[in-house]
Ligand binder design. Structure first.
Ligand code: DHB
Ligand code: FE
Length: 299
């Protein structure tokens, strides 16, 4: 049976992708940021080693534009090429998917009444590739299969925190019903506090960010109910990317333990946050409809 064994949270700061690609991880500006990933880079190749990552991220008008804005979308393709964000594709390997598990999750989520958009062709941007580089460093091929799960946090209205948490719980139900033995991680990426434009550009809120990190650990569910306006006010216009972390948290069930925590400012316009969590009590509430829908004729 497939099992979710860990959740990782990680900002997707573009300049860290650049620093990595240009061999500048040891540069005094970037070193403190990368040092916080040393523990994870060892752990993820040893006891943490996932077969598949459900990588929750947002596209930045790279694959999508204002013509089509899916709230939640899942990548079911065999491979996901690296997109050109204006200065050529990042020199990192193509991302390899896991179509069998992705289609299974898509079916389970839709029967669980989450209206997913299915993506059979998708180029991925820094939102997905920077977290992979932070976790694995330089590689010839990624040592893990990746199922991209894209969330709209760019065009108002993004999904609520509570809806994201519930989607995480539905992902946990989906993974638990997949027959093959697979070690699955769920990653929540983006954030933390940042505003890239307007009079408050450069805003960082260490105190709020650390409160958010604190509340992803243990059994509190307070973060489900943080309204959009609080993210906007406290963490800037792009801080709303943090709702994606709640999908990861919801997938870990009732209670989590923290294996590793890293917070660093300054490195970019964005506060760098990173957590490695494991489920302690991974129980998620049953779906009121999933089993009945699975049992329906034709399934
Ligand atoms: C930065 C952060 C982001 O989340 C992003 O998508 C683009 C830029 C930044 O820190 O500059
Ligand atoms: Fe972003």
């Amino acid at each position: 049976m497939a099992q979710i064994t860990a959740g990782i949270a990680c900002s997707h700061i573009p300049v860290l992708g650049f620093a990595h690609d240009q061999d500048k991880e040891g540069d005094p500006l970037f070193k403190p940021a990368f040092d916080g990933f040393r523990w994870t880079r060892e752990w993820i190749r040893a006891e943490g080693r996932p077969d598949v990552v459900v990588l929750v991220y947002n596209d930045h008008a790279s694959a999508f534009d204002m013509d089509i804005v899916p709230t939640f979308a899942i990548g079911c393709a065999e491979t996901f090429p690296i997109c050109d964000e204006g200065y050529g594709p990042r020199p990192v390997p193509e991302v390899v998917g896991h179509p069998d598990l992705a289609w299974h999750i898509a079916q389970s989520l839709i029967l669980d009444e989450f209206d997913m958009t299915i993506l059979n062709r998708l180029e991925v941007d820094h939102g997905l590739t920077v977290p992979l580089s932070m976790m694995y460093g330089r590689v010839d091929e990624w040592p893990v299969r990746v199922i991209p799960l894209a969330v709209n946090v760019v065009t108002y209205p993004p999904p609520s925190g509570n809806r994201c948490w519930m989607l995480g719980e539905a992902i946990a139900r989906a993974v638990a019903s997949f027959g093959e033995d697979l070690n699955v991680h769920v990653w929540g990426t983006g954030g933390m506090s940042h505003q890239l434009q307007g009079p408050r550009a450069g805003l960082i809120n260490r105190e709020w960010d650390n409160m958010f990190l604190d509340r992803l650990i243990g059994d509190t569910q307070d973060l489900r109910h943080v309204p959009h306006i609080e993210y906007l006010r406290e963490t800037g216009s792009e801080g709303i990317e943090m709702v994606m972390w709640l999908i990861m948290r919801g997938a870990l069930g009732r209670k989590t333990r923290c294996l590793h925590r890293h917070y660093h400012v300054p490195v970019s316009n964005t506060a760098l946050g990173h957590l490695v969590l494991t489920p302690v009590d991974g129980t998620v509430p049953p779906s009121p409809t999933l089993e009945g829908n699975r049992a329906a004729p034709g399934h």
